[in-house]
Design a protein around this ligand. Structure first.
Ligand code: ZN
Ligand code: ZN
Length: 403
């Protein structure tokens, strides 16, 4: 009984501290990056509302009409943080000159993202650009509670390999006890990418002392099997048509007391999914409000310029059994069949790997030393970093959240 009470106390204490600490996080962030923005979502339906204005202004949800003030939203934790890419990329380019020498080099075989088909396509449509890989996975903060952080991280593919993991950019941060509604969380990112793809980015070249302009495109999404279907608005691998690359229906088989979906090898490889068809089906699924070929509706990232919703998604080859257990192996074995095509599209596996993002997340997580005021601890550390882009050491390849 006493243990049970202790447990309840722990749970409720944790729950009570979350909104308060989220507010504290917001306060502390004011000092950390004056460019960071607070974006609010509806407390009832999680729809995106908008950026912070004055504390007393009213935020009204366009979908369900419920209202809250900015102050209430901050106290309840119905917001996430966005740190515009533009300022961070500018800071990066003005401190460390990045030329296109690296991506222009002729290399034998496929050694990096710039050797893949999708990068070559960007080269054919734009003569001056930078490209991003981005990652958005949930990172559980405690084993005992559902509270997790969802950092949206970006890396710049034009930075040579030895410096790439040291320049991971924290672009947005969601925190809470539930998964983010991606359409809300990714909205500022998608909007900013649209602007960076149209008007581009301007910065002062530190060597030539001239103002330069380049377009910026999100090219490659590196997410795990939990986050990826949220970004695509697909069913998970355990649902019918759960493969994100092809139209294999999967087969439901009994396992223990439940069932599991397996993807047996077929004599003929099922048709592959492609971007254009996926967008069309997404619209149909959205207007009919039903899932079509595993697609639940339009993807929240469909408007990213030049982003391929299918081939721009890296197969989750890293996690396999260690993270998801045997049940998911059945899909992962199938996903291996799509790995070769992914290398063709996005280049060498090392460059599409989530390691550098996981080390960044592991690093964030390491700053959490106790269960009190998680967000405060986190932002104290972020404050300590002092720069938009960080200088993480590879020593953080500990992946402490994978325990
Ligand atoms: Zn609402
Ligand atoms: Zn498949």
């Amino acid at each position: 009984m006493e243990d049970l009470l202790k447990l309840l106390r722990l749970c409720s204490c944790d729950a009570a501290s979350i909104p308060r600490s989220k507010y504290m996080l917001e306060k502390a962030f004011e000092h950390f990056v004056d460019k960071s923005e607070y974006h609010h979502y509806c407390g009832f339906c999680s729809s995106y509302i908008g950026k912070s204005m004055s504390k007393d202004s009213e935020l009204k949800c366009q979908i369900c009409s419920s209202t809250q003030t900015v102050r209430q939203s901050l106290e309840l934790g119905n917001f996430f943080i966005y740190i515009p890419l533009k300022d961070q990329l500018k800071a990066l380019l003005e401190n460390e000159p990045i030329t296109n020498d690296y991506t222009e080099q002729t290399r034998d075989g496929i050694t990096d993202i710039s050797d893949g088909k999708l990068y070559k396509y960007l080269k054919s449509v734009s003569n001056s650009f930078f490209s991003l890989s981005f990652n958005c996975d949930g990172v559980p903060v405690f084993q005992s509670s559902k509270f997790s952080i969802w950092p949206l991280l970006c890396s710049v593919n034009e930075v040579p390999p030895e410096g790439r993991d040291k320049n991971v950019i924290l672009c947005a941060l969601w925190f809470g006890s539930s998964k983010p509604l991606m359409a809300s969380f990714l909205k500022p990112f998608v909007e900013e990418c649209k602007s960076l793809g149209q008007t581009g980015l301007q910065w002062q070249d530190p060597v030539e002392h001239t103002v330069k302009t380049a377009k910026v495109y999100a090219l490659c999404s590196i997410c795990d099997a939990v986050a990826r279907p949220l970004l695509q608005n697909f069913k998970q691998f355990n649902g019918e048509y759960g493969c994100v690359y092809c139209l294999h229906t999967g087969v439901q088989v009994r396992k223990g007391n439940g069932t599991v979906r397996v993807y047996p090898c077929l004599e003929e490889m099922p048709d592959l999914r492609d971007h254009d068809t996926t967008v069309k089906i997404g619209e149909i699924a959205k207007s009919n409000k039903r899932t079509v070929l595993g697609i639940k509706g339009q993807s929240p990232i469909v408007d990213l310029p030049n982003f391929d919703l299918i081939n721009g998604m890296v197969p989750d080859y890293m996690h396999f059994q260690s993270l998801y257990g045997e049940d998911q192996m059945t899909y992962n074995m199938h996903a291996l069949l799509h790995l070769a095509k992914s290398v063709e599209n996005l280049g060498a596996l090392w460059a599409q790997s989530a390691f550098m993002f996981e080390s960044y997340n592991g690093y964030l997580l390491k700053q959490v030393k106790s269960s009190n005021a998680v967000s405060q601890q986190l932002c104290k550390e972020l404050h300590g970093l002092g720069h938009y882009h960080t200088s993480l050491r590879p020593a953080y390849l500990m992946m402490s959240h994978l325990k």
